[in-house]
Design a protein around this ligand. Sequence first.
Ligand code: AMP
Length: 296
Amino acid sequence: MKTLICIGECMVELAETGPGRYARGFAGDTFNAAWYARRALPDDWQVGYASCIGEDAISEEMTAFIEGEGISTRMLRRVPGRTVGLYMISLAEGERSFAYWRGQSAARLLADDADWLEGVLSQADHVHVSGITLAILAPDARARFLDALGAARRQGLGVSFDTNVRPRLWESEAATRAAMTAAAGVSDIVLPSFDEEEALFGDADPAATIARYAGAGARTVVVKNGPSPMLGWDGGDPVEIPVAPVEAVVDTTAAGDSFAGAFLAARLTGADLGQAMAQAATVAGRVIGAPGALVR
Ligand code: AMP
């Protein structure tokens, strides 16, 4: 049995279904990636989600949901006095807007217990983290987290990193750039989106994004670019793979998360770079053609 562990924050989602009425769900970038990886991986792979939650009823409901989706919750740490984060999706004339309550969420403490974190990493064959995983940590905790990842990687752990740049979650652009670069240095696979990298680093084109993350230490880089072709590199010549057009884009939520989950599943089970990119783009294309983060 092999184990993939995704680490980050899963939140309660309240999505407006009519004036003042909401449907409750659970989502979050690395959790979504775990969900898509679970669907794509064979049974000899276990998928787990590692994060911190509270000891309250909603934390238990989230745990039951994750478990019910076939994802192990053994690596969820319960923090007394904290609870899970929340976001609401409001609809105004068909446009979605998001509001977040996550500033004090339990997940912000996921690097505070070094023994727990080391235990999580020691149980994995591969771990997946994102720029949001890093953004929610205090600067000293972020540094400890990256150190722990680096140490585990030197022991043979595989690491993937979806850059997922969310400027509102970061204390400064300089801190964001430093963390992205440091994370690439402890990662085998880096999955950036070109528009975010262009805005943050001023990259001229996807090849420049690859060169920068390769220079930081990544071994595989796949630059996504919305409907434009993807550019991938794993040590040889860069591979360009086209993206099939999606006729009606309904909701782009989780495009990148589903891409990450499907890409990892393909790579972990032996697909070559181009095959894995094409499979991931097919899944992402289906996800943006339907509403919500988790498209069954
Ligand atoms: P992004 O992070 O926006 O670059 O998107 C991640 C992946 O989702 C892309 O590499 C595509 O595979 C897919 N995707 C995103 N937007 C579109 C679109 N408009 N049409 C088709 N595929 C898309």
